[in-house]
Ligand binder design. Sequence first.
Ligand SMILES: C[S@@+](CC[C@H](N)C(=O)[O-])C[C@H]1O[C@@H](n2cnc3c(N)ncnc32)[C@H](O)[C@@H]1O
Length: 221
Amino acid sequence: MSEEECFQRLHWDRTYESTKDFFGERPSELAISVLPVLKENGARNVLELGCGQGRDTWYLARNGMNVTALDYSETGICQMKETAKGSGLEDVVTAQVHDAREPLPFPDESFDAIYSHMFFTMELSEEEVGRILGECRRVLRLGGINIYSVRNDHDPHYGKFEKRGEDMWKNPAGFVVHFFDEDKIRRLSTGYDLLWIKEFEDPSPPFTKKLYEVVLRKPFS
Ligand SMILES: C[S@@+](CC[C@H](N)C(=O)[O-])C[C@H]1O[C@@H](n2cnc3c(N)ncnc32)[C@H](O)[C@@H]1O
């Protein structure tokens, strides 16, 4: 792991340590928007990547899904395990520390759906994102869906601050963000059917972010 990658991981740990519900208590706009899509596609077993402190994990679990939630922040995962105690959701949420750049620790075709909000938009190169999407395809059942969101090239932070790589800039809060345009999303959809790319806004403070909601399907054959 490079020095910057190490820093990013520690930065998430420290951020979660110092701020309970860093992204707020409510589920994200993405989770609210795609819950019906997950239900229509018969999603029961869902894998979530980059779950953070779990605001979307709890939302999906409260809405009838078994969620396996992964993040490389030990602090985030420990906090989730604490929150789970006595919540009545202990049996339907499994939180696990895992760096998604490593192979996913699950057999082929073990999930109905994969979900991630603002995870692929972290300090991951296009090649790493492609590799992780390939792993996601492996662990998805045939016909399963992979829903993700990424900050896009219309976002107010696009092209601003300290350049850290291809389409990546480090913001004043210390986080490296990777921005995506539609062409990149199409390139990365190899091996999936791309169902849609939809722009949406995340109005949470301190500024309104612009994102793409992406829905991919693993082909039935
Ligand atoms: C922008 S936050 C979003 C958190 C959560 N999805 C939410 O919306 O509340 C991105 C999350 O991805 C995690 N993350 C970044 N790189 C990762 C990696 N390589 N493997 C696993 N998790 C990672 C961070 O620790 C952080 O919790």
